[in-house]
Design a protein. Structure first.
Length: 156
C-alpha cells in the first residue's frame, strides 16, 4: 500500500508491506528536532491507495479546511468591566503602540475602526486587544469614557 504523508518540510512517500496494519501507525511521525527558521506543519495522512485522497479529519470527520482539532482553544478572558489603555514598545522595533484591553469581544472590530479613524493611524485587533499605532492614549481614553466605558491607564 502506498501512503503519502504531509510532514514538516516535504511530502514523504513510504511503502508499507502489510496492508492489515492499523491506520494509527500512519498518523504519527517520530519527533523531529527543528533548527532556527523551520516551521511545523501538521502531520496528517493525505493519500492512501486503499481510499485515495484523504479529505476529512480522522478525529472530527470534518473536511480539513473546516477542522479545528490542531488549533488551540481560545480561552475567554473574564473581564472585570474596566478597559485598560497602555503604551507599549516591546517587541516592535522601538515603535510605540497604544494597546487597549478589557473590551467585549463582540465590539472589538467596529470599535477598532472608530478609534483608528479618531487617531488617524493604523492598527489591528490581536488576541482580544486593540492595538493602534502611535501614542494616542489620551484621545482613546477620552473617546471610550464618552462612550460609557470605565477606563484606566495602565503601565505608567
Amino acid at each position: 500500500m502506498l501512503v503519502l504523508r504531509e510532514t514538516t518540510s516535504t511530502a514523504q512517500y513510504s511503502q508499507k508491506q502489510q496492508p492489515e496494519q492499523t491506520k494509527s501507525e500512519y498518523d504519527t511521525m517520530p519527533d523531529i528536532s527543528l533548527t532556527k527558521g523551520e516551521c511545523i506543519m501538521s502531520d496528517r495522512l493525505v493519500y492512501s491507495t486503499e481510499t485515495g485522497r484523504i479529505s476529512t479529519c480522522p478525529n472530527c470527520g470534518k473536511p480539513y479546511k473546516q477542522c479545528t482539532c490542531d488549533q488551540p482553544v481560545a480561552s475567554t478572558k473574564k473581564s472585570d468591566g474596566i478597559v485598560r489603555i497602555m503604551r507599549d514598545r516591546k517587541g516592535r522595533g522601538g515603535k510605540t503602540m497604544t494597546v487597549i484591553t478589557g473590551l467585549p469581544a463582540s465590539t472589538l472590530t467596529t470599535l477598532a475602526q472608530q478609534l483608528k479613524k479618531l487617531c488617524g493611524s493604523g492598527g489591528t485587533v490581536k488576541d482580544g486587544n486593540i492595538e493602534i499605532q502611535g501614542d494616542h492614549c489620551e484621545k482613546v481614553q477620552a473617546k471610550l469614557t464618552d462612550m460609557g466605558y470605565k477606563v484606566k491607564r495602565a503601565g505608567g
